[in-house]
Write a protein that binds this ligand. Structure first.
Ligand code: ZN
Length: 163
């Protein structure tokens, strides 16, 4: 059974630590599969659009992202190609409750990663999808969106998307 895990929030020092890669042979093992299920439950329970493992206290290179086609699982993700263009957009984070800020992100990226079945995948991401992936890759590298913006503001979280 999947369960909702407690969120790691500021000022936890974990959020500024780098996560470790997951050995490919371990991806399909019960421990990681259970963690993925639990993270999915946790993300849904908190209305997140993305969740990195560090946000549930695990320093592993694993993130979940909500897409139109369902939940995308990214293990050991790498951004392999970057656009020149950046744009600014609003971000929030489940680990930084009730704070939002404008962050510049690449508008288009190529990503390679392993999926939940331990298969290598690569794809191109644009716009908001690319933004969420960059936010999650930052988590894996111990970076929060507030480290990338000088304009932090509070606001009602209900009508905003957080990851
Ligand atoms: Zn976040």
């Amino acid at each position: 059974m999947a369960k909702v895990l407690p969120l790691t929030i500021l000022p936890s020092p974990l959020l500024h630590q780098k996560s470790q890669p997951i050995a490919v042979a371990k991806i399909t093992q019960p421990e990681i599969q259970q963690l993925i299920s639990d993270m999915e439950q946790t993300m849904k329970a908190n209305n997140g659009v993305g969740l990195a493992a560090v946000q549930v206290g695990k320093l592993l290179q694993l993130a979940l992202i909500e897409t139109q086609d369902g939940i995308l699982v990214l293990i050991n993700p790498q951004i392999t190609s970057k656009s020149w263009l950046k744009n600014e957009g609003e971000e929030g984070c489940l680990s930084v409750p009730d704070k939002f800020g404008l962050v510049k992100r690449l508008t288009k990226i190529k990503v390679s990663a392993y999926n939940q079945q331990g298969k290598k995948i690569s794809f191109t991401a644009k716009g908001f999808f690319a933004r969420v992936i960059q936010h999650e890759v930052d988590h894996i590298n111990g970076i929060l969106f507030i480290d990338r913006t000088k304009k932090i503001y509070g606001g009602p979280p209900r009508d905003r998307q957080r990851d």
